[in-house]
Design a protein around this ligand. Structure first.
Ligand code: HEM
Length: 321
């Protein structure tokens, strides 16, 4: 991507949603909340009509329509830009690449316009909320554990020459404690605690339980991450557990599965962890952080992604060596 993402200045000025990113973020919020809603019809099908009465279907249809209008416009703008030859200097972004694959028909199967919009939505819905939630929870834990924050800042500041230097991707492998802090946050606060529901394709017997084909299976990654049978000091924020330890979140260690596992594991693992590590390293390098004096409220939001219910307030003091 060339920094254009879904909006650039032109898009914001001309968009039907003049508020630009704010409107998109609001829509994503509503989308996430709806995905995490209890839908009685999923469990007792003849009670599905309740969703017409309680407004769930109406809310879902409204969000679907608003997203569709928005994405349609994004796609059309990219088609116009491409026809106008604005991509000559190789500045193709994600949407341009999808349109190119569609045009060249080189995916091995046809991709229609609805699929392009669905892929854009999938990646942005899956990739924005989740990644920033990790930052929110990491900062929450660091503010609650100043000794961990200090240890992490020492690690980061040791590899920088002065306060104005910027941590880049090539520095990340010199920061093992940073990786451990992120892992510990993902263990205690997996952004999608129940992952994405699955359905068994055949009858299986698992630990003495019969699971019939067609059963919806929900995996509680949150509970697995806090299970005292799997973790020492399970409820404690203790990043040291991941130092000199090969447990990773790439789907091979079933005790830590914030990104899922198997064929449908999150394709954004590497990207998400890199951007979280980079953002965190830079804000911790450049500022010292403290609580505002108010009690930290840890209430969680509802929805498919679990955020802090209330914004995290902290005082930042610029760091000087
Ligand atoms: C910390 C950040 C993230 C977390 C915790 C996370 C978590 C997850 C989880 C639990 C799933 C479902 C996996 C399963 O069904 O087993 C998923 C799927 C997915 N994620 Fe992520 N994700 C993150 C960041 C991202 C990013 C940055 C992107 C894209 C740039 C992304 C794109 C996707 C997509 C497209 C899917 C659907 C994959 C499929 O169904 O085949 N995610 N993610």
């Amino acid at each position: 991507m060339n920094g254009k993402l879904l909006y650039d200045q032109r898009d914001v000025a001309a968009a039907p949603y003049a508020e630009g990113g704010t409107k998109f973020k609001e829509l994503l919020g509503e989308f996430g909340e709806l995905l995490g809603c209890f839908d009685v019809g999923d469990y007792i099908s003849w009670l599905g009509w309740i969703n017409h009465v309680n407004g769930l279907y109406a809310r879902a249809e409204k969000v679907a329509k608003e997203f569709d209008d928005f994405l349609e416009r994004v796609v059309q703008e990219h088609i116009t830009d491409s026809d106008d030859g604005r991509h000559e200097n190789n500045s193709k972004d994600f949407v341009d690449v999808l349109l190119w694959i569609q045009k060249e028909n080189n995916a091995g199967f046809p991709i229609d316009a609805a699929s392009i919009k669905a892929i854009i939505l999938d990646v942005f819905a899956g990739g924005t909320d989740t990644a920033y939630t990790v930052l929110e929870w990491t900062m929450t834990e660091l503010l609650r554990h100043p000794e961990v924050m200090k240890k992490l800042q020492n690690e980061i500041r040791k590899i920088t020459s002065n306060e104005s230097s910027v941590i880049t991707e090539s520095d990340l492998n010199k920061l093992p404690y940073l990786r451990a802090v992120i892992k510990e946050t993902l263990r205690l606060h997996p952004p999608i605690p129940l992952l994405v529901p699955r359905m068994s394709t055949q009858d299986v017997k698992l630990k003495g339980f019969d699971i019939a084909a067609g059963t919806r299976v929900i995996i509680n990654a949150w509970a697995i991450g806090r299970d005292p049978a799997l973790w020492d000091r399970a409820d404690e924020f203790w990043p040291e557990r991941f130092l000199n330890n090969s447990i990773d979140f790439k789907g091979h260690h079933f005790e830590l599965i914030p990104f899922g596992t198997g064929r449908r594991i999150c394709p954004g693992v590497q990207f998400a962890t890199s951007i979280d590590e980079l953002a965190l390293a830079n804000i911790l390098h450049k500022f010292d952080w403290a609580l505002t004096g108010k009690k930290l409220d840890d209430t969680e939001s509802t929805g498919i992604t679990i955020h802090r219910k209330f914004p995290l307030l902290a005082v930042a003091t610029p760091y000087s060596q």
